[in-house]
Design a protein around this ligand. Structure first.
Ligand code: SAM
Length: 397
């Protein structure tokens, strides 16, 4: 069957209509005429794969990664970066309009960085002496020699891991945001640890620190941040500063007295904006993040910030006289109690940083009785994947 693709869906698949049903075509691009094979059909939708491309889109490119088809980590390498950014902006517009009745005009242009060489963290798995990523939806390992998303120094570590005899269960590789310092945390067995010690700055081997220290230091703007191997740190070493600068712009504009930084991770956003608020309280439920947050407070000589290690939903009813609340929850978004108290605390401004526009739209749809949505700005923190980060500014009505 031959079809013409109308647009991309939220996961980067081609969309068209077949038998009056929505049809998702993996790997097809808007405007393309393709011959398809239906692989699944139910009463609401059809899934199909491309057999032949009859008319190719000008946005089609050859994926650079040799593991592209098997790995599943990148879903957008077959299209130009321009189309990827455009389709993610459209996805944010559609979701905001559908679930929160937000005009598409309030959704801004994409803020992006480089399409490759941006990640400061990856986790690889081992099986039978090989290391690599898990194949999509399975635990079989796709052995890799390099990953285009990570920094050159991280790829050098992957090269060494491939050279030594490894029986690795899991290896975490991180680098500082300038790409210069590296950390490896390895669970498993290697024949010789020395080549690894030679290429990384920090090595943690089966829980033992094999280097002088165990924290990376990364700069964002004029602030320095410790990141120990178990703490949260935004993965895009190029776009994080742009995202933090957007939050900073709002804090500079409002000059709030008291700010809550909810889901604060290692305290990075709160510390980044601390010069422009009187007092900041950060909350995160991960002990390692809060240990690092307190170290980061000292490292940057910040005195107007304090941190609480607890679930936001356990603490949210204890705050009063707050002018601004910054929230940066995990993909699941805000829970019901937190949303209820955000409106009870009634700050003048809420800055909502979100890594999932679906839950962001759901939450905005509930907050917009009391808050006016001023803008939603997409940030391409995860190039070559379907994910997109957003910063949304809400002002009390
Ligand atoms: C997307 S990260 C944001 C981190 C930080 N704002 C940053 O920019 O690095 C989400 C954070 O929420 C924390 N978290 C998840 N569920 C939580 C909860 N119920 N209460 C408090 N913190 C939570 C995680 O530990 C993680 O650090």
């Amino acid at each position: 069957m031959i079809v013409t693709i109308e647009k991309l869906d939220h996961f980067g698949r081609g969309l068209c209509k077949v038998n009056d049903k929505v049809c998702f075509v993996e790997g097809a691009l808007p405007g393309e005429e393709v011959e398809i094979d239906i692989i699944k059909e139910n009463k609401n939708f059809i899934e199909a794969k491309v057999l032949t491309i009859i008319n190719e889109s000008e946005h089609r490119i050859t994926p650079k990664c040799p593991y592209y088809d098997a790995c599943g980590g990148c879903t957008h390498q077959h299209m130009t970066y321009e189309l990827e950014n455009e389709s993610k902006v459209n996805k944010v517009k559609e979701l905001m309009e559908r679930f929160a009745h937000i005009s598409p005009d309030l959704v801004k242009d994409m803020v992006s960085g480089t399409e490759y060489n941006y990640r400061n963290k990856i986790i690889l798995h081992g099986l039978n002496g090989k290391i690599g990523f898990y194949e999509e939806k399975t635990h079989s390992v796709i052995p890799i020699k390099k990953c285009l998303l990570v920094s050159p120094k991280m790829n050098n570590i992957i090269k060494i891991l491939n050279k030594i005899n490894v029986q690795i269960l899991e290896v975490l590789i991180r680098c500082s945001n300038d790409g210069e310092m590296t950390l490896v945390e390895l669970e498993g067995k290697v024949s010789d640890i020395k080549p690894l010690q030679d290429v990384c700055d920090i090595l943690i081997y089966n829980g033992m620190i094999m280097s002088e220290h165990d924290e990376l230091i990364s700069k964002i703007g004029d602030k320095d941040f410790f990141i120990s191997y178990s703490s949260f740190f935004q993965v895009n070493r190029k776009v994080t500063k742009k995202l933090y600068d957007r939050v900073l712009k709002e804090v500079k504009k409002k000059k709030p007295n008291k700010v809550l930084d909810l889901y604060c991770g290692a305290g990075t956003i709160g510390i980044y904006v601390s010069d422009y608020a009187k007092e900041i309280i950060g909350v995160d439920n991960n002990g390692s993040n809060i240990v690092d947050a307190n170290k980061n407070k000292e490292l940057n000589h910040v005195e107007n910030i304090s941190f609480i290690c607890d679930k936001v939903e356990n603490k949210i009813d204890s705050f009063t006289d707050i002018d601004m609340i910054i929230v940066d929850p995990p993909r699941s978004g805000l829970d019901t109690k937190t949303k209820e108290y955000l409106t009870k605390i009634n700050p003048e401004t809420i800055v909502y940083v979100s890594c999932d526009p679906v839950t962001l739209a759901r939450d905005l749809g509930e907050l917009n009785n009391n808050y006016e949505i001023k803008s939603v700005e997409p940030f391409n923190m995860f190039p070559r994947s379907s994910h997109v980060e957003c910063v949304c500014i809400l002002e009390r009505i």
